[in-house]
Design a binder for this molecule. Sequence first.
Ligand code: CO
Length: 134
Amino acid sequence: MIGRLNHVAIAVPDLDAAMAQYAGALGASVGPKDDLPEHGVTVVFIELPNTKIELLYPLGEGSPIAGFLEKNPSGGIHHMCYEVEDIAAASEKLTSEGARVLGDVKIGAHGNPVIFLHPKDFNGCLIELEEVKA
Ligand code: CO
C-alpha cells in the first residue's frame, strides 16, 4: 500500500541555524519557511535527489513540536512520511487492522490530505501518510 518515502521530518530547536547548516555545511537546496497554524508548526523543506527532509519548528501555543523539543532539546527525528494513493482507503484499512489513526484527515504541507498513525503501533515511529496521486 505505501509507496515512496515522501520525507523524513526533523524537529529543530533553532530553525535559522538548521536552514543555514543544511544550505551551507551539507550543501542542500533549502526551501522557504512555511507557517502551518493548523498543525502548530513552521516547516522548511529540503529537496534531496530521492526524497525530502522536513525541518519542523513550533508555531503558536500548544504546538506538538514544543513538547517534543522539551524531551529532545537538541532536536531529533519526529516522523516519516510515506505516500499513499488513497488516504481514505489507507485510513480504513489501518483502522480495521487495529492501528490508531491520530485525529482526522488534514491538509498537509504540500496541499495534500495527510493522516498520522500512533507511534506505539509502529515500532515507536510516528508515521505520516500523504495522499499523492500517481
Ligand atoms: Co511531515
